[in-house]
Every structure is written in structure tokens, then in C-alpha cells.
Ligand binder design. Sequence first.
Ligand code: ADP
Length: 720
Amino acid sequence: MPTARILFPLPLPEPFDYLIPDGLKVESGSYVRAPLGKYERTGVVWEIVETDPTRELKAIDSVFPTPPMPASMRRFIEFCARYNVAGPGQVLGMALRARGGLSPSPTQTVYAATGHRTNRMTSAREKVLQAALDAGPASAAELARLAGVSASVVKGLAEAGSLSAKTLATDLPFPNPDPNRAGPDLTAEQAAAAADLRAAARNGGYTPFLLDGITGSGKTEVYFEAISETLRQDPDAQVLVLLPEIALTQAVFDRFEARFGAGPAPWHSSLSDQQRRRTWREVAHGRARIVTGARSALFLPFANLKLIIVDEEHDTSFKQEDGVRYHARDMAVMRAKLEEAGVILASATPALETVVNAETGRYRRLKLSARPGAARLPDMDLVDLRANTPEKGNWLSPVLSKALVDTHAAGEQSLLFLNRRGYAPLVICKACGERLKSPGTESWLTEHRYTNRLVCHLTGWSMPKPDKCPLCGAKDSLMGVGPGVERVAEEVRVLLPEAKVEVFSSDTAMGGEATRGIVERMAHGEIDVLVGTQIVAKGHNFPNLTLVGVVDADSGLQGGDLRAGERTYQLLSQVAGRAGRAERPGRALIQTYQPENPAMQALAASDRDGFLKIERDVREELILPPFGRMAAMVLSAPDAGMAKEIGLVAGKVAPNGDGVTVYGPAPAPISILRGRHRLRFLITAPRDIDLSAYMAAWLKDLKLPNAARVAVDIDPYSFL
Ligand code: ADP
């Protein structure tokens, strides 16, 4: 008897068997409704198997009118679950984020002007008719809104024959991109890279590329060529372009639209439910040909995915840190392999992992070393803060201050980078020396002046700034120490009272829309000096930006994690690369107390490869990624006693693995988070060991009390 094994998007270990009722067309990959426990649920038929006909099975209830999930996608979900030590149902959940997309689009009634004028026209009716002429077919509510009248006026006009009603889908298909539109004339090195990519698209199959080009060298123009060729080769081919969430701006959509005559299908966290289900449905039916999305777009069920591009591939936002922990860049490469599709990783500062893959020949490397036309990389100068010390209470050196004044006088924009939110990262009492901490934790509170609150940046806990010290009671004794972006902005306002100064951090730009707003104001020249955290480093294009100042280049180097140096280098060179992207030459001034540090030296010399070589040698020596494997296990419990106990238990049941070393348990650097006490194990192994299987075996043997929690992170990026 043919039996459907259905996987549900729930934390269950495996699919369940169901009867296929007569007359229901069910195949592997079908999206179905079936009873599970007390509820009817949506799941995916993972496979169809023959089972013993005497078994009593529940039956599938219905099938959605959606093309079945391709086998390659089902294999990808299995791979992703196994590799990241998660349940396949949890990964399936990420692929089913827009259930509305499983059903056909809802419909609405729209009204269009017929040209017939009734002889009973009122001014309200005139306004509606005008709105219908201006806006084209629209819903009654929309026409009423545009005309500023009630919807009954629209209905009246329809009855009188001046408007005709038509039923239309609310979620329209995306317009088809035209792959035959010409891009700009490519420079010789751009043309060479594009030719390689086009040839790979013509040959088809899995071909991974690293597109390694300095900022502004035209990586986007070059991968547009790969997209065109892919779409030309196969009238049903689909292309996915992954970008850091924050880079998904209107400007990027406009660029796709300008090149392909149609905007891409978007996928990011600020989509409405309707936009989300529309993209999901169009992707699943194979009708959305180009999708631009944040990391989660990798889990969309493409019908015929032929090319994946991961732009800014080094960006740490591709790593998901909660729920199913995965790295979208690494998973994208695997997905491309399973889909037998092309994959292009693009960056000006590729991750060491990617560079090593290129060196060993796993990826083909394409280099772009120049900016087209007059644009060139900014001059990078280190400002030695020991010799060029800011005035007392200030954070900008005389050199940087003067550069800001000159840039503003020339009518150009500046960007100041400081990776610290708020006004001051530490608040102390002048009377007793107390450093204010978030209650029950070891983390310092940051002063925020705009909101006049003290905020814990780990948990978001906050309180109004007290007027006396909570410990000794001294009045007006609390003082912010050190700079945050708000304080630097204050300094700029004193220096340049006429300038429009804005702060750009996750506090001032909550969510995608606000972020896009600031980016667009900057691009349109409505901001003179932007003071921002790492949020500013991402691939925005600001043509009139000519000065970048890095306020404190040293802060990133102090972190204890293995990628601290690499990240500092990437971040600072990306920030500096914001300057001088168009015709105007740019300049970057990097303030540091350690000008002799290798990261600083390499930065000043724009010697990225020299820097990577030092990093590479260190990691190879210590057998750290990508030369070895690493995983983390974080355990947490509501109290310190239980945390200690489960740490001991977990340590005891850790399997013996040849070559695997388990460090810990040790208190996690954030030892208390939201009232939970946290311990962590760090696990390292040589490259040829299957560390995912090792961690899965460990979890299987780990029996914990209900109040305890455990999370596994394969190849961790955050060491907190
Ligand atoms: P990247 O992605 O490497 O940062 P972009 O593709 O965004 O670089 O290119 C930077 C700028 O230079 C863009 O405005 C782009 O349109 C322009 N550009 C790139 N290549 C060319 C070219 N061959 N001719 C004209 N303009 C170009």
C-alpha cells in the first residue's frame, strides 16, 4: 500500500506515515493538510513508500495547489538539519514561513472608469472618477481614500455604469526581468570576469566562484552579467541574490530594475504578510525569476534554482545565532551543489574561510582590482592618537576635526565610525567610584542621552537615568565615561554648528524601514555628517561622501574571539571604502593608539592579502577554522546550582571522539543572561572529523531537567 511519509514543521525527529485516499493526487514533495494529534496541520510529503496494508493509518486530508517541493530542496533541508544539529522539521519550518503562499492569491474587486458619464454627477462623484482616471483600476476603498469620500460613492458610480467592476488577484505576479538589456561597457578586467561567469552559466551545473573585488570595482555589474546569461539559458531559471538585511534598500531594487527592466521579488524582515506570501507563492510556482533577500531567503522553495549570489559574503549577519543556527553563505554553497546550480560569493574583504577555499581550488577566484572611471580607493591615513591627541573631553583629533571642517566647506559629506551605541559606554559615580551594572549581571550600563536612560546592550534592560548614585546616594554624581556615537555627534555639532548631523545606529534606526530612510537621506545629500556604528559599513553607495573618520580603530581588536582581527580589518576597510565611490576622490582617517599593529599597518597600506596571510598562518598553526572544525554547546539554567550540575552531567556524557577536544564547561563570557546562568563548552576537531555527528551523538545522550536548555552552534561566530 503506498504510504505518504509527511514531515511537519515541528520539532519532531522524523516524518509520520499517512494513508493516501483514493482520488487524491499526492506525490513526493506535495504540500498537504493532515491530522496530527488534535489538530489538522500543514506538512510536506517527504517520500512515498510501500507499507504493510494492515496498518491502521490516518489519511491525508487535502493537497495544496502548489507545485511539489523539489527533491533537491528536501535533500537540502535534510542536509541543513544534520549539519547544524537541528530537527528536519525545524528547518522545514523556515521553508514554510508564508503559509498564505500555499493557496491561490485572494481576490478583490477593482473599479475602472468606463467613460460613461451619468447625468447625476456630484462633486464627490467627480473626485472619484478623477481618482479612477489617475490611479487606474483600484479597490473601492482605495478610490474612496484617494478622492477623500466614502466608499458608497464608488458603489453608486458602479451602479450608474460610470465605473466597471472586475475581480482581480491581490497578489500579482512579478514582472518578468529582461535578460537582454545591455549593462554599462565593462572595463577589461570586468569583462574577463563576466566572460568566465557567463561561460559557467552556459555550461550549467555546480560551479562555485569567489568574486573578489575592491569596493566599487563593479562586482554588482559583473554578477548582473551572470544573472542575464542564466536567465537567457533557461526560460524557467530562477536566481537568488542574498544580501545582508540592511543592504536591501530601495537603491538596490532600483538598480536591479534599471538593469533588468523589472524589480526583483523581495524577501526580508520588514515585508508585510501579503508581500511575504506573494514572494513565497511566486517562487514556489517558479514565476519569480530574480529574488533578492536576506539570509532566510535561502529557505524559499525555488522550483528551478540555477544561480545563487551571496553578496558581501564575509558579512557576519549571514550567520543566524538563534533557533536553527546556520551560516547562510556556507549553506548557500551546499544548496547550489544539491541544485546543481552556480554560486558566486562576492566581497571586497572575503572571509578567510572563503579565501582558503579559493586557494585550494574549491572555488574559482575572479579578481577586480580597480574602480572604473575616475573613482579610486580612498587614501588611508593612520592618525597616531599619542602624537595627535584630542582636546580634553573630546574624541576627534585636530587632524580629523580639520578634515571635517574642510569637507563640509567643500560641500561634501563625511562619515564618522564608532562601534559604540549611545552616549557613553560606562557610567560611574564620581563620589564612590561605583560602575553601574544591569541588576544581577556583570554587564555595564550605557548612557543614552536621546532617551535619557541607562541601557544594558545585552538584554535591552533599561532604566531612567537616576539623579543620584544608587549605591552611595550622592546627588548629580553620575558621569558617562568614554565615547558613544551620540557623544561624538555632539562634538561634531559644536565643531560644525551649521551642518546637518545624524546618528545612525540600531537605536536611531529600528528595523529595516528606518534604516532605509537614513540611507536614502544620506544618498540624497540631506545629511552632512553621519555618525554611525557598524550599521554604516554595509554596501551603501553614497556618491558625495569623501571623508571617512574612524574614531577608535582599536576597540575591535580587544575582543577575545578568533575572528576579532579579521573582523576589524573587514569592518574598517569596508567603512573606509564608503568614501570616494563616484567621481570624487575620498580619504579615510583612522585614529589609533596602536599604529604599529599588523591590522592597522595592513589597512593603511591597503594590503589585504598581507593581512590575510598573517591571520591564515596563525589559524593553521592552531588548527582553528578553516583548518580545523569548531562547535559550541551552551547550557543554561535558572540558577547557578543547576547550571553547575548540568555542566558536570554534560561533561560526563561527552562521547569519546578521536581527535576531538572538549574544553569546558566554563562560565560563558555572558554568564548571566535574562536571569539564566550560562555555561559553555568549546569543541575542536581536525577537518576530517564529522563534528556535526559527534555533537548529535552527545545531545542524544544528554538528559537534562526541564528547566535547563541546551543549544549547539556548529562553527560559532559569536563567543558570548
Ligand atoms: P561593487 O559591487 O564592487 O561595490 P558596483 O558594481 O556597485 O561595485 O560599482 C560601483 C559603481 O560603479 C556603481 O555605481 C556602478 O554602476 C559603477 N560602475 C561599475 N562598473 C562600471 C562600468 N564598467 N562603467 C560604468 N560604471 C560602472
